[in-house]
Design a protein around this ligand. Structure first.
Ligand SMILES: Cc1cc2nc3c(=O)[nH]c(=O)nc-3n(C[C@H](O)[C@H](O)[C@H](O)COP(=O)(O)OP(=O)(O)OC[C@H]3O[C@@H](n4cnc5c(N)ncnc54)[C@H](O)[C@@H]3O)c2cc1C
Length: 411
C-alpha cells in the first residue's frame, strides 16, 4: 500500500488526507495541534467557501454542516467615497448556489477526528524542514500543507516571476461577533472605499453556533489602518463600529447591536501574497510537494485561499490516483503543482487586481451592475469561478465591449 505523509491538517491537508484515505492509501498526517486545540483555539479565517469547492467536500462525505450552516446567499456590493453618507454604487446579486462559512476551528477539528475514525494515522508535532527528510525516506510522497508564513522558505522559495508583491497590501482584522441574523444580509456584504480599503461581513457557523464575521481590509497607512495592537475584544468591536460609522456609514447598522465574540474571536495581521516554487528539494536530494497556502498565499480580499486549498486537494488527489504505482518523482510533483497553478493563477490574478485601485473599466462594470442584473451576477460569480476574470475584466476593451453588448441587448 502506498504511503503518503501530509504535514498540516488545515483546509488543504485534511481534505487531501481524507480523500486519499478513501482511495485506499495509507495516510499519515502530522499536525502541530490536536483536534481539541484547534477547536479551542483562536479563529483562523473568514473561510467563505463557494459552491465548486463545496461540491468536492460533498463528494468526500465531508459536508457535515449542511443542515446547520447559514447559507451565504449572494454578494451585496457597495462602493462609496471617503466621508460620503451613501454609496455611489450599490447592488445585490444572488449566488446560483449558496456558499458557506463554517468556522475552520469547527471544520478542521471535526475533519481531524474523522480522519482518525476512518483509519488515518495522526502524529502530533510541529514538523521542521529537517523533519521532511525522515518523512521522505519512510513515505512514497510527502506533501507540505502547513499554511502561510516563512517556516518552509528554505524548501519552497519565492517564485519571483509569478509573485507580484514583496510587502503586505492590506492591514486585515476580523472579529466573529454575536449578532441577530435578521440584522444583516445573509450573504457576503462587500464594501469598498477607494484609497481606504474594504469591509466584508458574512454569516458564519462558529463554535457556539451562528455568528457574524466582521472583517476590515485597510490600505496600509490609510486612516482605517488602526487595528494593530488592539487585542481586547470589546475595544476591538468598538473600533470596528467606529470605523464602520466613519467609512461605511450605510453599513454601520449591521454591527450596532453586535456583541463581542470574546478574546479568541479576534484576528489581526498582514499577509504578503506569494507564489512559491511548489516542488522542494531537500539537502539529501529528495523532493517534497507544497499545497494550499504553503504553495500560494493570497491576501484574503477575494475570499480565495480556502477555495484554492480545496481545488489543490482535488487536483492533487486526482493526479496521485491516476499515477498508479509509478514513482512520485520530481517530474510528477512538478506536474501536480503546474496543474494547481493552472487553476490558482486565475484566483491569484483576480485577487491581486482587487488589491489595486479599481481601473475605469472595472468601476464602469461595477456601476453597470446596478442597472443590469446579469452584470452583477457575472461579477458575483467570479468568487465562485475566477477563471472568468482574465478573459473578461483583465482586458479593458473586452470589458467595455461586454457592457455595450449587454446595454444594447437589454435596451
Ligand atoms: C482573516 C482571514 C480571512 C480569510 N477569509 C477567507 C475567505 O473568506 N475565503 C477563503 O477562501 N479564504 C479565506 N482566507 C484564507 C484561508 O483561510 C486560507 O487560505 C486557508 O485556510 C489555507 O488553507 P491551508 O490548509 O493551506 O492552510 P491552513 O488553513 O493555515 O492550515 C495549515 C495547518 O497546518 C498546521 N501547521 C502549521 N505548521 C505546521 C507544522 N510545522 N507542522 C505541523 N502542522 C503545522 C496548522 O496548525 C494548520 O492546522 C482567510 C484568511 C484570513 C487570515
Amino acid at each position: 500500500m502506498r504511503h503518503i505523509v501530509i504535514v498540516g491538517a488545515g483546509q488543504a491537508g485534511s481534505l487531501l488526507a481524507l480523500g486519499l484515505l478513501g482511495e485506499g492509501y495509507r495516510v499519515t498526517v502530522v499536525s502541530d495541534r490536536t483536534a481539541e486545540q484547534i477547536r479551542d483555539g483562536r479563529i483562523l479565517s473568514n473561510q467563505c467557501v463557494f459552491e465548486p469547492a463545496l461540491a468536492h467536500e460533498r463528494s468526500l462525505g465531508l459536508n457535515h454542516w449542511d443542515g446547520e450552516v447559514p447559507p451565504v446567499e449572494g454578494i451585496a456590493f457597495d462602493a462609496g467615497m471617503p466621508g460620503s453618507a451613501d454609496p455611489f454604487i450599490s447592488w445585490v446579486a444572488p449566488l446560483d448556489n449558496p456558499a458557506q462559512s463554517v468556522d475552520q476551528r469547527v471544520k478542521m477539528s471535526f475533519w481531524l477526528n474523522e480522519f482518525v475514525r476512518r483509519g488515518g494515522e495522526l502524529r502530533i508535532g510541529r514538523a521542521t524542514p529537517e523533519d521532511l527528510e525522515a518523512y521522505a525516506r519512510e513515505a512514497d510522497l510527502v506533501l507540505v500543507a502547513a499554511g502561510r508564513g516563512p517556516q518552509f522558505d528554505s524548501v519552497f522559495p519565492r517564485d519571483d516571476k509569478r509573485s507580484t508583491y514583496t510587502q503586505p497590501q492590506r492591514g486585515i482584522t476580523l472579529q466573529l461577533v454575536k449578532q441577530d441574523p435578521a440584522a444583516f444580509y445573509q450573504g457576503v456584504t462587500f464594501g469598498l472605499v477607494p484609497g481606504v480599503g474594504e469591509f466584508f461581513v458574512l454569516p458564519v457557523l462558529s463554535v457556539a453556533g451562528p455568528a457574524m464575521g466582521l472583517y476590515f481590509s485597510a490600505v496600509p497607512g490609510s486612516p482605517m489602518d488602526v487595528f494593530d495592537g488592539v487585542t481586547d475584544a470589546e475595544q476591538h468591536l468598538a473600533l470596528c463600529q467606529e470605523q464602520l460609522r466613519r467609512f461605511f456609514p450605510w453599513s454601520a447598522p449591521v454591527a450596532e447591536r453586535a456583541e463581542s465574540g470574546g478574546p479568541l474571536a479576534v484576528l489581526t495581521g498582514r499577509i504578503t501574497p506569494i507564489v512559491r516554487h511548489g516542488v522542494g528539494t531537500l539537502p539529501s536530494g529528495q523532493h517534497v510537494l507544497a499545497m494550499g497556502d504553503t504553495a500560494i498565499t493570497n491576501d484574503p480580499i477575494g475570499g480565495q485561499g480556502a477555495n484554492n486549498a480545496v481545488h489543490c486537494a482535488r487536483i492533487y488527489q486526482r493526479l496521485i490516483t491516476e499515477h498508479g504505482d509509478r514513482p512520485f518523482d520530481a517530474e510528477f510533483m512538478d506536474r501536480c503543482f503546474e496543474a494547481y497553478w493552472g487553476y490558482a493563477r486565475h484566483s491569484t490574478r483576480f485577487n491581486n487586481d482587487l488589491l489595486e485601485p479599481p481601473p475605469v473599466h472595472v468601476l464602469d462594470t461595477l456601476g453597470a451592475a446596478q442597472e443590469f442584473p446579469e452584470v452583477a451576477h457575472r461579477f458575483a460569480h467570479l468568487f465562485n469561478d475566477p477563471t472568468d476574470y482574465e478573459p473578461w475584466l483583465a482586458d479593458p476593451e473586452t470589458a467595455q465591449a461586454y457592457l455595450r453588448e449587454v446595454a444594447e441587448r437589454v435596451a
